[in-house]
Design a protein around this ligand. Sequence first.
Ligand code: SAM
Length: 208
Amino acid sequence: MTNPLCPDPRQPFFDSIADAWDGWHDLPALNAQLADFFEHVGVQPDESVVDVGCGTGNLTLALLAWLGPQGRVTALDISPAMLARAARKTTDARVTWHEAPADRIPLPNGTCDRILCFSAWPHFDRLDHVVAEFSRVLCPGGQAHILHLISKEEVNRIHSEAHPTVRADRLPPVDDVADLFRANSFTVIETEDNASRYLLSVRKEPRA
Ligand SMILES: C[S@@+](CC[C@H](N)C(=O)[O-])C[C@H]1O[C@@H](n2cnc3c(N)ncnc32)[C@H](O)[C@@H]1O
């Protein structure tokens, strides 16, 4: 059933696949790829990080393993079933789980160091609102990353064969997403789109 506060038609779909999700992934291999990514973008031990579209929490768990005792993760998703599975995996007090959409991050202005959006960007509507929300919650100099561990072509091929609810969801060319962030006063740090990674890294400028 759709949450009246979050009437995204994808919510029941993602609820319906929550129990199967982890079985579709090689989690040890994923953890190794995510650790490489954290090193690549320079995640520091004491950061406050937001995981947008956290699903069953695999990125968040990898972050908890990477961060130190002062690190924090705010993990959010529109799917209660995904969140329930995620929350069952850890009792770590450094993470808080929230049922919330990407354009309503439950944090005060300027209070997080980094936002990670892993395998979730194609499912967001109102991308201009999402980018504005990222700008609101990031501290000056904070970074955001749109990450997939496959190419745009592969993401979009998978979606084109998926359930009708998400069949039209598309990952845009990385340069188009970069332009959207630039238009909202972010600086683009890096773009990449190849067989092993689609990545956009941006920085919120201090005076944005
Ligand atoms: C393909 S799954 C990826 C989950 C997780 N990031 C991972 O890679 O394991 C996409 C997730 O995004 C969530 N999602 C979809 N639309 C969302 C929105 N507008 N705001 C927040 N989460 C959303 C879904 O519920 C789902 O859990």
